[in-house]
Ligand binder design. Structure first.
Ligand SMILES: CC(C)(COP(=O)(O)OP(=O)(O)OC[C@H]1O[C@@H](n2cnc3c(N)ncnc32)[C@H](O)[C@@H]1OP(=O)(O)O)[C@@H](O)C(=O)NCCC(=O)NCCS
Length: 334
């Protein structure tokens, strides 16, 4: 087996048969997607990765490509954590279990060499639970499980809003919401993979969420931010979302929206505020979007109960893993 970097779009054509043979495919829960559409989606995704400057490694035998790995540096996370951060954006192999394990191991060994050369200290991986081969190899390569993720979704067309005892005022975010929303975001999360990674301090993990909402309000992390406000106009909840999360032409014209980051002020919870915010987004989606998806940690039961009440259903789940280089220092817990 040899491993070569893939550096131009033309070479992607040689992966056509490889993509068709992959059994683990994105959006499997959207049963409408036929095999050619899924293959086209994977090819387009890799072309985007190339355009973004991601590194792509292809494993070959004399029979053709048998494995693929892509990773990319994350400038935002790098500046926040003050160490070089990257994420695995794709890892797959074809063949028998033994063949897949040996291909995945070789790809990861090659990627690890690159991470060492480029002084990368932290690498994220997000893997579906059924990718047992990948999980097996990542664990062997010192990736630690830090959280479980679960994705819910709903076809929005026939969705109908419920009745709420009282209605909350909602509006798009404004730049002057920044301070309140940063505080709300920094103080709202504890189950996410940053807070559960023992090598990341709680303060840094809180900061990550403050930066995230800041980048959401300025439009660099999402398309839109919906805010719920109290009688004085003060924000008491937020929900960030993308009305167009994927290029529809890559997904058989399916239009997919995503809800990304959401929280309600602890003093105002269990009053239906979040349910009303999500209902408003679902109504906005109708006519513009086919499917809305949203993700959380497997153990975040409050938000999952809320989604179930609104008619969303679980569609896929998996694990988040973090790899730290040996010299990646644990931070002081505050
Ligand atoms: C999840 C969260 C946004 C819900 O906001 P909220 O405004 O309190 O939600 P709602 O009042 O609309 O709740 C609707 C339903 O969700 C479920 N729910 C909400 N909070 C719950 C809790 N703490 N425990 C169990 N169920 C809960 C209930 O079924 C509730 O209906 P009910 O009160 O009639 O039983 C809020 O708890 C929060 O900010 N949590 C921290 C951040 C977070 O986890 N965000 C989601 C990450 S994706």
């Amino acid at each position: 087996m040899i491993i070569t970097p893939l550096t131009n779009k033309k070479e992607l054509e040689s992966l056509q048969d490889y993509f068709a043979k992959l059994t683990n495919r994105p959006y499997e829960f959207l049963t409408q997607l036929n095999p050619p559409t899924l293959t086209g989606y994977l090819r387009a995704g890799m072309a985007d990765q190339l355009a973004f400057g991601s590194r792509i490694l292809v494993a070959h035998t004399e029979c053709g490509p048998c494995g693929l790995l892509a990773w990319t540096g994350l400038p935002f996370d790098t500046s926040l954590f003050e160490v070089n951060v990257a994420k695995l954006v794709h890892i797959s192999a074809i063949g028998s279990w033994e063949e897949r394990i040996s291909v995945l191991e070789a790809l990861l060994a090659c990627a690890s060499e690159n991470w060492h050369k480029e002084s990368i200290s932290l690498v994220y991986a997000k893997v579906k639970i059924e990718q047992v081969d990948t999980l097996h190899v990542l664990r062997k390569h010192a990736f630690d499980t830090v959280a479980g993720w679960i994705n819910y979704g709903i076809w929005v067309d026939n969705w109908e809003p419920g009745n709420f005892a009282s209605s909350v005022a909602m509006r798009p975010s404004r730049p002057d919401d920044l301070t309140v929303l940063e505080g709300l975001s920094a103080g709202s999360f504890s189950l996410d993979r940053f807070h559960t990674d023992p090598r990341i301090s709680p303060t840094r993990a809180d900061q990550m969420h403050a930066y995230w909402i800041r980048n959401s309000i300025n439009g660099s992390a999402c398309d839109a931010v919906l805010v719920a406000e109290d009688d004085s106009g003060r924000p008491v909840g937020f929900l960030t979302y993308n009305l167009r999360d994927e290029e529809p032409e890559h997904l058989g014209d399916l239009r997919i929206a995503s809800v990304i980051l959401n929280a309600v002020d602890p003093k105002c919870r269990r009053q239906g505020i979040y349910s009303q915010m999500l209902s408003m987004v679902l109504l906005e989606c109708q006519g513009q979007v086919d499917f809305l998806q949203v993700e959380t940690q497997t153990n975040n039961t409050p938000v999952q109960r809320c989604w179930c009440n609104l008619g969303l259903r679980p569609v896929e789940s998996g694990l988040n893993l973090h790899w730290w280089s040996e010299d990646g220092k644990a931070e002081e817990e505050s």
